[in-house]
Design a protein around this ligand. Structure first.
Ligand SMILES: [Zn+2]
Length: 228
């Protein structure tokens, strides 16, 4: 059995964390194969590969798909384990620990109680405002402040409005009923906000320095050739 199938994972359908039942596996790989004129392999290198594992959650019986990506061509190349479905939609990279874990806990309550989930998502929004030093006497004013400062793009205003409304309704249980669809939409909005503010800049920065590194090493090699 593969290592990943023995690990504990979280099912984001219901919030169950534990061993999931392995169902199957598939994947892809990127190889560099050189052949001679007769079709015999003369050199082989595995560049990168990704395995996809399908599990069944023993609590809610829904499927969970987890991928494991490995860059094989370099010794300390990237290696990433990602829950592809159902997605928590946020990568840990670049996200402040407390915000990530608050979001993760909020998503985990989805299968338990919608009101708690919506209130927890609203709390994540409050934490983000605090982290970005938003000024204002309530959440609405803090969000406006971040839009004014161009930390939030204007389109986030409506998403935040929805999160606040549903969060408020959840706090006053006598109001409208909340459905799975609503909760999943809100999870998506909060995930997008987190991605935009923290994960995306982190990933872009990482990619940028990788390209710069590659360019300068190419230039060094070029210079070496010229000095020979
Ligand atoms: Zn489940």
């Amino acid at each position: 059995m593969q290592e990943i199938q023995k690990q504990v994972h979280t099912c984001f359908h219901c919030g169950n964390t534990g061993l999931l039942k392995p169902i199957g596996k598939t994947g892809w790989k990127n190889e560099d194969i050189a052949e001679d004129n007769y079709g015999n392999v003369i050199s082989y290198m595995l560049i990168e590969h990704e395995d996809w594992y399908v599990f069944e959650c023993p609590v809610c019986n829904k499927p969970v798909i987890i991928s494991e990506y490995t860059f094989d061509a370099a010794e300390h190349g990237p290696h990433e384990i990602t829950t592809e479905y159902p997605t928590i939609a946020v990568s840990r990279d670049g996200v402040p620990k407390d915000i990530y874990s608050a979001f993760e806990s909020a998503v985990k309550t989805k299968g338990i109680d919608y009101s708690i989930c919506l209130l927890s998502l609203r709390r994540v929004l409050e934490m983000i405002c605090k982290d970005k030093d938003a000024v204002g006497s309530n959440l609405e004013k803090k969000i406006d402040d971040l839009i004014d400062k161009k930390i939030f793009p204007p389109m986030i205003e409506d998403a935040c409005w929805i999160i606040r409304q549903l969060g408020n309704d959840a706090a006053h249980a006598d109001k409208i009923s909340v459905y799975t669809y609503d909760v999943e939409q809100v999870i998506g909005y909060v995930a997008t906000i987190i991605d935009y503010l923290y994960s995306l800049p982190h990933r872009v920065e990482k990619m940028k320095s990788k390209i710069e590194e590659r360019k300068s090493s190419e230039k060094r090699n070029e210079d070496k050739r010229h000095t020979k």
